[in-house]
Each structure stands twice: as structure tokens, then as C-alpha cells.
Design a protein around this ligand. Structure first.
Ligand SMILES: Nc1nc2c(ncn2[C@@H]2O[C@H](COP(=O)(O)OP(=O)(O)OP(=O)(O)O)[C@@H](O)[C@H]2O)c(=O)[nH]1
Ligand SMILES: [Mg+2]
Length: 215
């Protein structure tokens, strides 16, 4: 999919503040600092559409972006960073879970998992919660440029093994690097495949004027 336009729509505190939309929506969720905002910039080929930071907890609101005037991409606050205040984590739970369970046009959730780390129970528990809510989700292993291919494969393999143990069935699994753009093509292609197909322009009917010549 070619990104022709990527525009910020709004930052919303909660579901009620998200403008109603009939466009298919795709949300990115995961632990604080896992690389959600960086991945959104990488996918849209922009530098600062989504705000990133080395300090966990940068994204505090539900940020909506309109892509190609056809679908919406959503950057969500992160979860589970121990150093964040209890209040921040509680707000995350209420607002993000309210958005995920209540947004009618939400088509798919990408759960980002750091490929540098061994599987974390927090990520598996989040996937379990999504599945319990019957929300369709896929896994994206992030920051693949930071480790060797062997380490990335090892961590991704272990995580997917744990998914089986936890009886989790993500729709798909991808890997990506916001730095090298690895995975960009696959993720965008997969989203494109899910989008409703535009109807081809009907050709104007050709008028057969042969009968006129005979007269
Ligand atoms: N090397 C490398 N660094 C990355 C990658 N993705 C993100 N980072 C870095 O990781 C840090 C966190 O990235 P963000 O995109 O802000 O993470 P986030 O998940 O949006 O974080 P919160 O908004 O705090 O939940 C930043 O310093 C990024 O530059 C990647 O693919 N490769
Ligand atoms: Mg962020």
C-alpha cells in the first residue's frame, strides 16, 4: 500500500472523546517504550506524526490519524511500566480498555512486543485479555535492529510457544524495526488486504452506432 496522506485527527482522553468514524480503524498497543509511536511514524513515512521518546509514558492520550482518507491508525498509551505512577496505570486501564472494547469501527489490534526481551507475562496477559474480549489481534515484534537475527528469532519463537501454552491465537505475527524499516511492506500489505476494496470505475457504456450507418 502506498501512503498518500497521513493526517492527525485528534488526541482523545477516552472513547467518548473519539470522533465517530465509519472508517476501518487499526490500533497499536503494548508496553510503554515498546515502540508504538515509532512504528506509526515508520509506517506512514513521517518523522513526527506520532510523538516518540526514550522515556516511557510519552503517549498519554488516544491519538487518531487518518491514512489515505480511507482508514484510521491509532496510537495508544503504553501499559505496565513499573516506574509509572499507579494513577497513570489505572487511567490507562480504564481509558484504553474502554476504547478497545467500545470502538465500533475498530477492526484489528496490533500488540507490540519487544524482540529484545524474553516473553513477559504482562504481554501474554494482555493478549489473553484481548482474546477474552473477542477482539482480533496480531503480534508485532519490535526493535529487531537492536539484536542479532538469531536472538530475534529465539525471542519471537519463545513468545509464540508461550502463546500456545496460554491458548492464545493471534491472527498473525510480524516483526519490524522503526530504524531499518524492516517489516513495513508486510504490515502495510496485510492492512491493505483487510480494507474494503474500492469499486472499479464502471466504464461508460459504448454506444453501438452501427445501425445508424445503414439508414
Ligand atoms: N533502535 C530502535 N529504537 C527504537 C525502535 N522503535 C522505537 N525505538 C526507540 O524506543 C524508544 C521508545 O519509542 P516510542 O515509539 O516512543 O515507544 P512507545 O511504545 O510509543 O512508548 P510510550 O508512548 O511511552 O508508550 C524511543 O527512544 C525510540 O527511538 C526501533 O525499531 N529500533
Ligand atoms: Mg508512544
Amino acid at each position: 500500500m502506498k501512503i498518500e496522506s497521513a493526517n492527525f485527527i485528534t488526541s482523545a482522553l477516552d472513547l467518548e472523546a473519539c470522533p465517530p468514524s465509519g472508517m476501518p480503524e487499526y490500533a497499536f498497543v503494548g508496553r510503554s517504550n515498546v515502540g508504538k509511536s515509532s512504528l506509526i511514524n515508520m509506517l506512514t513515512d513521517t518523522k513526527e506524526l506520532a510523538k516518540t521518546s526514550g522515556t516511557p509514558g510519552k503517549t498519554k492520550l488516544i491519538n487518531l490519524f487518518r491514512i489515505n482518507n480511507a482508514w484510521t491508525l491509532v496510537d495508544l498509551p503504553g501499559y505496565g511500566y513499573a516506574k509509572l505512577s499507579k494513577k497513570h496505570q489505572a487511567d490507562f486501564n480504564v481509558h484504553v480498555s474502554g476504547y478497545l472494547t467500545g470502538r465500533e469501527n475498530l477492526k484489528h489490534i496490533f500488540l507490540l512486543v519487544d524482540s529484545q526481551l524474553e516473553p513477559l507475562d504482562g504481554d501474554l496477559a494482555f493478549a489473553e485479555w484481548l482474546q477474552g474480549c473477542k477482539l482480533p489481534y496480531s503480534i508485532i515484534f519490535t526493535k529487531t535492529d537492536r539484536s542479532s537475527d538469531t536472538t530475534v528469532k529465539n525471542h519471537a519463537g519463545k513468545f509464540l510457544e508461550q502463546c500456545k501454552v496460554w491458548r492464545l491465537h493471534p491472527t498473525n505475527a510480524f516483526s519490524c524495526s522503526a530504524k531499518t524499516k524492516q517489516g513495513r511492506g508486510q504490515i502495510l500489505q496485510w492492512i491493505d488486504d483487510q480494507l474494503p476494496k474500492k469499486k472499479k470505475d464502471k466504464k461508460s457504456p459504448t454506444i453501438n452506432v452501427g445501425w445508424m450507418k445503414k439508414r
